[in-house]
Write a protein that binds this ligand. Structure first.
Ligand SMILES: Cc1cc2nc3c(=O)[nH]c(=O)nc-3n(C[C@H](O)[C@H](O)[C@H](O)COP(=O)(O)OP(=O)(O)OC[C@H]3O[C@@H](n4cnc5c(N)ncnc54)[C@H](O)[C@@H]3O)c2cc1C
Length: 426
């Protein structure tokens, strides 16, 4: 079993990184080479802006290359609660943003000729109990009225046509959701950005930022210093570098994934007959899908811990057990890959896109960044080019998380709370 993400192991490495020192000036410096930073740099370069992207490691090497590869429409929050909290218009704007985001991913892949197996298969969200399915029905009624008439429920009596398991009591289908090979997508965006004129420095952590005036900054890195008229922070969990203000507003939460060996088509069809992306509505929720080469990619939170090789393996064991409980037909399959990553969670699990202290930021996608980080990175680029953009996150408040000074010491407590909630809900 390989302890590396399937996506990183099966992509062609990025071959066009800038060589030599970081120096001179740029119209825009983008910090971070995940979906958010890459899509931003790509759109800026396409529009003729002089853009430099600085990435601490490899493009798509962290969350953007370590996720479940689901490209889903619809947020996972309770729609009624979001309406109560933020009003009908903001709730609709947030919901529509995810729909637009899947369109954005497809448009980028098509326009730039990125071979990333994008498929619009639809998402299936599964109910673990009759009560959960009742909740789904109310949710879908509201979503159909307010935001998306295409979402629909599948009752318990028909759910076997969607999932090869006796464990579920119905589900919801989001027909416009999709999936893709995220490793090939990130490299494809990076190569396209360079083709359009961007310079991308990998292995170049930003270590300091000095505000010169307005939006202008001097950006210091391990490989030299560059001046920029504007800076976009797209650093995910922002674990390193001069990003303390953002760090205090984001909690890194571990999430873990396994990939089976390649499976015969009949077995794949017996697990997910319509090849949709699948999520399970449950405290420590699972998400799974089929890979382009017929593996099951199965993820979940497994345990509240920071990803490390040891934790990834123990989480992988938990995931294997869950996967085989849900789908006994997989009892004898081997696991080829096991990995973990850190989700950049804000307190309300919505992203934040805007400006603070002269820096633009596109952060906090909280487990939905495959599509939404790609979309909002592109939108920020459009905004910097003078376009008016739809930014449903603009008005959301973003206070620091009380007691969070940059190290998530409280994660085990959060884990215990979720576990208790799950046990009580059984
Ligand atoms: C296990 C797992 C499963 C997930 N599954 C899904 C899924 O199925 N669907 C979905 O939509 N979302 C999923 N997500 C979430 C999704 O992957 C993220 O929301 C998304 O990748 C965030 O993209 P990003 O560009 O904001 O951040 P990142 O991908 O984290 O990119 C930020 C980059 O900034 C760089 N950086 C940080 N600090 C510095 C610095 N000082 N200098 C230079 N560079 C720096 C980092 O090296 C990194 O490459 C999952 C996440 C995980 C971890």
């Amino acid at each position: 079993m390989k302890l590396v993400p399937y996506w990183l192991d099966t992509r062609t490495p990025f071959a066009s990184a800038a060589q030599g020192p970081v120096e001179g000036r740029a119209d825009v410096v983008v910090i971070g080479g995940g979906f958010a930073g890459l899509s931003c740099a790509l759109e800026l370069a396409r529009r003729g802006t002089d853009v430099v992207l600085l990435e601490a490691g490899d493009v798509g090497g962290l969350a953007s290359g370590r996720n479940g590869g689901q490209c889903n429409t619809g947020f996972f929050h309770d729609y009624a609660e979001i309406m109560r909290k933020y009003g009908a218009e903001t709730a609709r704007g947030l919901f529509h943003s995810y729909n637009a985001a899947v369109d954005e991913v497809e448009a980028i892949a098509t326009r730039e000729g990125i071979d990333c197996s994008f498929r619009r298969v639809g998402k299936l969200k599964l109910a673990m109990s009759p009560a959960a399915f009742d909740g789904f029905r109310k949710y879908v009624d509201l979503v159909n009225r307010e935001a998306d008439p295409e979402v629909y429920t599948v009752p318990a009596k028909d759910i076997r046509s969607e999932i090869g398991s006796d464990m579920f009591h119905g589900g919801v289908i989001y027909p416009r959701s999709g999936m893709l090979h995220v490793g090939r997508f990130t490299v494809g965006m990076a190569e396209a950005a360079v083709r359009h004129g961007a310079r991308i420095h990998t292995d170049t952590p930003v270590t300091g930022l000095v505000r010169l005036n307005g939006h202008r900054h001097r950006v210091e890195t391990a490989r030299g210093t560059i001046e920029a008229d504007r800076v976009v922070v797209a650093t995910g969990i922002s674990a390193k570098g001069p990003f303390g203000w953002f760090r205090r507003r984001i909690v890194p939460i571990g999430s873990f994934v396994i990939a089976t060996e390649q499976l015969p088509q009949a077995m794949i069809d017996s697990v997910i007959p319509n090849h949709r992306t699948v999520t399970v509505a449950k405290g420590l929720g699972h998400y799974y899908r089929i890979s382009p080469d017929n593996r099951i990619i199965f993820g979940g939170r497994a345990q509240f811990a920071i990803s490390s090789p040891k934790v990834d393996v123990s989480s992988g064991d938990i995931l294997v057990k869950s996967m085989k409980e849900i789908h006994p037909q997989l009892r004898d399959v081997k696991i080829d890959y096991c990995w973990g990553g850190m989700i950049e969670a804000t307190r309300d699990r919505f992203a934040r896109v805007g400006e603070h202290d002269g820096l633009f930021h596109v952060l906090g996608f909280s487990g939905s960044g495959v599509q939404e980080a790609t979309h909002m990175g592109t939108e920020v680029a459009r905004m910097l080019c003078g376009d008016t953009i739809a930014n449903p996150y603009r008005a959301l408040p973003w206070p620091a998380i009380p007691g969070h000074f940059g190290t998530p010491w409280f994660l085990p407590l959060v884990g215990a709370w979720y576990k208790a909630k799950e046990i009580m809900g059984r």
